[in-house]
Design a protein around this ligand. Sequence first.
Ligand SMILES: Cc1cc2nc3c(=O)[nH]c(=O)nc-3n(C[C@H](O)[C@H](O)[C@H](O)COP(=O)(O)O)c2cc1C
Length: 262
Amino acid sequence: MIEYEKKGFFNIHTLLNKDSANISNSDNNHVYSQLISGNCSSPMFSYLLNMNKQNLNDYKSIMFYNESNLASLINEAREMEELIDGSTVFLSKANKKIKMHFSKTLEQRHSTRSFVFENMDFSIFSNIMHFSFGISSRKLNFNDVQSTTRYYSSGGGLYPLNIDKVDAKSFFIGDNIDTQNMNFCVFFEYSINRNYVKYGELSLLNTFVELGGMSHNFDLVCHSMHYSTCPIAGFNKSSVEKFLFLDGINDHIVFTNICGKE
Ligand SMILES: Cc1cc2nc3c(=O)[nH]c(=O)nc-3n(C[C@H](O)[C@H](O)[C@H](O)COP(=O)(O)O)c2cc1C
């Protein structure tokens, strides 16, 4: 594992022998040319090469899900998955409309890593959560099962990503994120069982696409309410998972985003 505080000692000519990917004097240019020539392997590259390859079992599962209307049934029963105890935070009813013009919201959106601390009204927090990730008022009817959808699209309507709210101090890599003054951050939690059973190896691609939609939705909603955000890939995956009691096997934190007043 790289000690990030020492990363200043590394440069493109540094030779490291401990990592098998660096047995020759490698940099990413070198690794890339070996990869393309087929001389070394990479999980990312083999995933791409095999993307959209479907096996008979994938077809069977996808057909089964579609024919049995399973996503609607799962969504209808989703409330029963909630564990409600003393630590549950109930959001206030989202009653404010987003007033900012859509084109202005698009103009406003940018990433911010430093904030000015200002208490966030709980109703604003609730509105942000509602319009970013919540259940929309649209109701669909699939074979007599009333189905709900959300403010972002989802592969097969299975919604494999959950949102976790955490008081974060040491979860980000480096010190360029102003965790002292931000209002909150969200962690995107992917549960493999939610969509692997239907999509097999296609699940990860679907999940990452969905994740991008969710995170961008969050960016736009926050900016439309005069708050700023920053999507962050550089976070300490295992320590966040440990903090949230996730197993890191079926349940993974795959991305984060932060929100605060600029
Ligand atoms: C997938 C993704 C990962 C990102 N990861 C980080 C990160 O780890 N740290 C960070 O400071 N910014 C991160 N960003 C923010 C980008 O640096 C930022 O979006 C980019 O510089 C463009 O600037 P803008 O968002 O203000 O238009 C990430 C953005 C995306 C979309």
